[in-house]
Ligand binder design. Sequence first.
Ligand code: MEV
Length: 317
Amino acid sequence: VNYLDQAAASAPGKIILIGEHFVVHGSYAVAAAINKRAKVTILGAKGKVSSIISGKEKSRLFAQDSSFAAIKAVSRCFFKEFGKPKENITIKIESEIPRGSGLGSSAAISIAASAALSRFYGLELESEKILGVAMDGEKAVHGNPSGIDTATSLKGGMILFKKNVCCKSINLNRSLQFLIVYSGVERTTSRLVSKVARRKNSFPSQFSFLTEASSFASLELVEAISRCDLPYLGALMNLSQAALSWIGASTPKLDFLIEELLRRDDCYGAKLTGAGGGGSVIGLPKPDKVGAVLSTVSKHFELAFLASTPQDGLRWE
Ligand code: MEV
């Protein structure tokens, strides 16, 4: 192996516009990369032990604890296939994506880590391989991921996704702006995914009906985007929120936030994004209301920002 002294890569977080949860059970879904990224740098021959650092947090790379679960799982998977590094390494994470916010922080870190490790080893892995290693990491953390988060982070832009079937970039005729508001409530994806699976077991036929409806709405959403039909795009987001609420992914705080975005007619649509149970909501603001709605929510929520799509996927740094 021809180790480099240092290698780095970055990858974006994501929002899901439609189809989260149902995508785990076979529905189509649509997701987009956002303008918040995670960067992972691998530094060779540093320190007495191999370690991971992120701001003030630090852990040994091979410590068997729950800290830095995503990056430890990705590294284990990578070393299993390509061998452990001959020297101690430091893995440095710099992420703009709040953890547990539903904005794809662990997927972005997994993609960036998988890419940075491959470059550090002097390998030129194909993007499918980088994705495969990152997915193994995600599986270790989330149990049963559909793969939509890692696929979006790798590819960037906006994608139409179906587990093991389809991962297609959607052409945008013009850029689209979404409002993203983090509720401040951290949550774990795996807990929510299990909760939804229990709901499926209790109501199999209703769940299957909603999974089909989610596929239909995802394909409609792609059409709405190609026509730049924002009112219909918003209506589909609202429909998706109703289904997510029924399967138990929403919370009173998220409902309140969504209600705020819709109440004054500032947004065409609003919904939770990602696993729910906390995390973030997204709104599709009317073009002339963008500033007003952002300043209103910013009064009550610390992290509210606009994300325009398309954004870059994996980037070598
Ligand atoms: C999480 O961002 C999206 C979920 O659908 C889980 C997954 O697809 O792996 C909740």
